[in-house]
Design a protein around this ligand. Structure first.
Ligand SMILES: *[C@@H]1O[C@H](CO)[C@@H](O)[C@H](O)[C@H]1NC(C)=O
Length: 300
């Protein structure tokens, strides 16, 4: 089985492939993650479209994450980059001056698409904006990873949502929300609303469907939550760097059924989380949130 993943402990700020049983022991594998990663699935067949056809998530296979950098000339940074994502978030620097996350999303027309490895919700005209360090980024699309790509002190969550934004110079900022199934009976509202689309598009690579109602992502990101901020990359090829990452520290609820619906994107049972990358010289800054009590939905 390939469920053991290489870890980089908090102490491993220098490039290192430290692999200790202590760090392994604190990794939490949820049932969904186990089900998704236990199957040594073959590389995707020719039914998987576009660039998604060319890579997979199964480690130590020709198209797996450790080989992404050699699959295409443009993807070399997946292997050679020094600021890759995701990372395990352990050592953080307090940065209360960053202040609460600022976004002004609005309801807009969108479509749901099956991209082979994930579902994506794409707004027709960009959809409101995120402000980071006085710069505005327009929301382009949202997609989901099962299980989570980012981990906190070695803890992997059941699902992670990525909201991808871009400014006028094509610089990108991604906001990430982590989800846990630990409290049954608490579905994620956005996933409930879009559920019928995910159901109809399950296993239908490259198909899309317009969403009938306008979709407003503003409740998806809780402005009162704290967050972690660091500079990283896309977590899929071409692994482009220079991306400002914001990982919300408040973990949200999702049901196992909703997680399964996301995992059902492909008929090939595979997890779609890239393993943790080296942090190298990077610093993760932490804005704690307005009050300690805002951690109601917090996992720990
Ligand atoms: C991870 O654990 C260490 C040691 O307990 C702690 O100092 C650190 O703040 C934790 N990091 C996060 C992101 O929770």
């Amino acid at each position: 089985m390939t469920t053991a993943r290489r870890r980089h402990g908090c102490a491993a700020a220098r490039p290192s492939t430290a692999f200790t049983s202590a760090t392994l022991a604190i990794i939490v594998f949820f049932s969904a993650a186990c089900a998704a990663s236990a199957d040594p699935a073959p590389a995707p067949g020719p039914t998987v479209a576009a660039s998604h056809a060319l890579y997979s998530y199964e480690e130590h296979t020709p198209t797996g994450p450790d080989n992404w950098g050699s699959l295409e000339p443009d993807w070399a940074i997946c292997r050679d980059g020094k600021e890759q994502s995701p990372i395990d978030i352990c050592k953080v620097e307090a940065a209360q001056d960053m202040g609460p996350l600022e976004h002004t999303y609005t309801a807009g027309d969108c479509a749901v698409q099956n991209r082979g490895h994930d579902f994506i919700v794409k707004w027709k005209e960009g959809n409101g904006k995120l402000t980071v360090e006085k710069k505005d980024y327009v929301l382009q699309q949202v997609h989901w990873h099962v299980p989570s790509e980012h981990t906190i002190n070695g803890t992997r969550f059941d699902m992670e949502m990525h909201m991808v934004h871009q400014d006028s110079a094509k610089a990108r900022a991604v906001v990430s929300v982590l989800f846990s199934t630990k409290q049954p009976g608490h579905p994620s509202k956005p996933l409930t609303g879009l559920g019928p689309y995910f159901k109809r598009l399950a296993g239908k690579n490259n198909m899309d469907e317009d969403v009938k109602e306008l979709v407003d992502p503003s409740p998806w990101v809780d402005k009162s939550s704290g967050y972690y901020r660091y500079e990283g990359s896309l977590t899929t090829p071409p692994c482009s760097e220079g991306i400002i990452w914001t990982i919300m520290s408040k973990v949200k609820h999702v049901t196992e059924e909703q997680v399964k619906l996301q995992a059902g994107v492909s008929t090939i049972v595979e997890a779609n989380n890239r393993p943790a990358q080296k942090i190298n010289d990077r610093v993760v800054r932490y804005y704690e949130g307005k009050s300690a009590k805002s951690g109601e939905e917090k996992k720990t």
